[in-house]
Write a protein that binds this ligand. Structure first.
Ligand code: ADP
Ligand code: ADP
Ligand code: MG
Length: 478
């Protein structure tokens, strides 16, 4: 049996591994700017879709044709690209190809934040006050001003079809509102092909806690516990932790229970994530449901031992989930850091176009790497800046943080600037160690941006090994 992976980078690799472990063949697709990507080499067959960039990974017809030509019976969409595009899910349903994810109806309903909020409100799931889609023109601006008058500033202006942290603006006053709505619409139209926007009351300095869900077609819906993803830049996650560090078990149990209820209310099938915000008084609010595998699924896999991607495939093939809620046991703690080719000191500016001159990864007990780069890899500018996800697991929280610090200290990437030295500071920072962080963490801890550029290039051993490979004759040597 053959399964096509409609994605690139680390998640394509991750999915290919699960497909091959199940004894199936994996078909990769790629665009020519991405031809150095490792996922092409590890797949059983790789199909070039065209020159892109991005447009071919987003081309439903080409992906479908590649699946048919290679005899693939199923398509795994990964995250990003077509994963939350209901058209791919729908076309698969029409053409008799298995879409590894929920129904196209779920993708469409839950991908729309306003529709999702409506379904959740009807099911009695708690959420922050918000509007529906704002009307076009002056009428919509008036609706927005009325909402702000009733609930007070600050409010969040959000693209209804938004995702990946994009399309969210914080509005502090009437003037701002009038100015930002047209800009937000234009941005949403360009990014998501839909200019709908709506408002939510802002939760002040919340924690972002989410719950991993698995649901099969036999009516079993279970959760795999919580993840804390509060450490973000530009509303996008950088560090993720399982389980949440909130020392309030009844609260976390209630959130997990609510997530299962939310998934059931949406008739949800396959793996999904229910996201919540928790305020300073431990009230929690539904944020959205992501209808796909998430970048940070690795931390949940590390603490539960459950292979989420393998389960996604099995569920899509019509098999029942082989375990029950009581079988899901959390072992210790896991932390994932997204090692991105970005300069944290320069507002996390992407470092695309640069060559990875030296790459020495870490290893050892409780360490997992999901990456796409190797020495000599040139980072394509067209795609996101994620190079490798470093996930560590430990028995106690202290051990886990210590393990992460040790791994970062002997991780060497030279060429692009990366987020490694920034994370090296965070693992030594007192509030992080104490589990005291919310979505304002990066803004309220400016000293984590203070480090020398030498950091992140690895410890003594890493330098020694790198120097053996890159002797003085090598033009790339330091
Ligand atoms: P996306 O679809 O881009 O992931 P989300 O709605 O999940 O967007 O929000 C992403 C992040 O933006 C949240 O984790 C949080 O940091 C911030 N955010 C979103 N909505 C609110 C809100 N109402 N109040 C405070 N922060 C919010
Ligand atoms: P398969 O039948 O193809 O082996 P399963 O449905 O048994 O697939 O397993 C899917 C994933 O769920 C695997 O990663 C496995 O480790 C995990 N899993 C299966 N049974 C249990 C269990 N009782 N407790 C925890 N995890 C389990
Ligand atoms: Mg989100």
């Amino acid at each position: 049996m053959r399964i096509l992976v409609a994605n690139r980078g680390e998640i394509a690799l991750r999915i290919i591994r699960a497909i091959q472990e199940l004894g199936f063949e994996a078909i990769a697709v790629y665009e020519t700017p991405d031809e150095m990507s490792k996922h092409i080499l590890t797949a059983d067959e790789a199909i070039c879709l065209g020159n892109g960039p991005r447009s071919d990974y987003l081309n439903v017809e080409k992906i479908l044709a590649a699946a048919k030509d290679t005899g693939a019976v199923a398509i795994h969409p990964g995250y990003g690209f077509l994963a939350e595009n209901p058209v791919l899910a729908r076309v698969c349903e029409q053409e008799g190809i298995i879409f590894i994810g929920p129904s196209s109806q779920s993708v469409s309903d839950l991908g729309n934040k306003v529709v999702a909020r409506k379904i959740m409100a009807e099911a009695g799931i708690p959420m922050v006050p918000g509007t529906g889609d704002l009307a076009q023109g002056r009428k919509g601006v008036d609706e927005a001003l009325t909402f702000a008058r009733e609930y007070g500033y600050p409010v969040m202006l959000k693209a209804t079809a938004g995702g990946g942290g994009r399309g969210i603006r914080r509005i502090e006053n009437d003037e701002d509102m009038v100015a930002q709505i047209p800009m937000a619409r234009a941005e949403a139209l360009a990014a998501f092909n839909d200019d709908s926007v709506y408002l939510e009351k802002e939760v002040l300095n919340p924690r972002h806690v989410e719950v991993q869900i698995l649901a099969d077609s036999f009516g079993k819906t279970l959760h795999l516990g919580t993840r804390d993803c509060s450490i973000q830049r530009r509303n996008q996650k950088l560090i993720e932790i399982a389980p949440s560090r909130i020392q309030n078990k009844p609260l976390l149990d209630k959130i997990c229970h609510t997530a299962v209820k939310a998934a059931k209310a949406a008739n949800y099938l396959n793996a999904g994530t229910v996201e919540f915000l928790i305020d300073q008084d431990n009230n929690f609010y539904f944020l959205e449901i992501n209808t796909r595998i998430q970048v940070e699924h690795t931390v949940t896999e590390m603490v539960t031992g459950i292979d989420i991607v393998r389960n996604q495939i099995n569920i899509a093939l019509g098999k029942p989930i082989s375990f029950d809620q009581d079988d899901v046991k959390l072992r210790g703690h896991a932390i994932e850091v997204r090692i991105n080719a970005e300069d944290p000191k320069n507002d996390f500016m992407p470092e695309g176009g640069k060559k990875v001159r030296v790459y020495r990864s870490t290893g050892g007990f409780g360490v997992r790497l999901d990456g796409l780069v190797y020495q000599g890899y040139v980072i394509p500018e067209a795609y996101d800046s994620l190079l490798v996800k470093l996930t560590v697991q430990g028995f106690t929280w202290e051990e886990t943080v210590g393990r992460l610090g040790r791994c970062l200290d002997n991780f060497t990437i030279r060429g692009p600037k990366t987020t490694i030295p920034f994370y090296q500071n965070i693992v030594q920072e007192k509030d992080f160690i104490n589990g005291q962080f919310d979505t304002s963490y990066i803004d309220t801890h400016p000293h984590i941006f203070h480090y020398s550029e030498e950091r992140g290039e690895g410890g003594k051993l890493a330098h020694f090994i790198a120097d053996i490979h890159f002797n003085k004759e090598n033009p790339f040597a330091k």
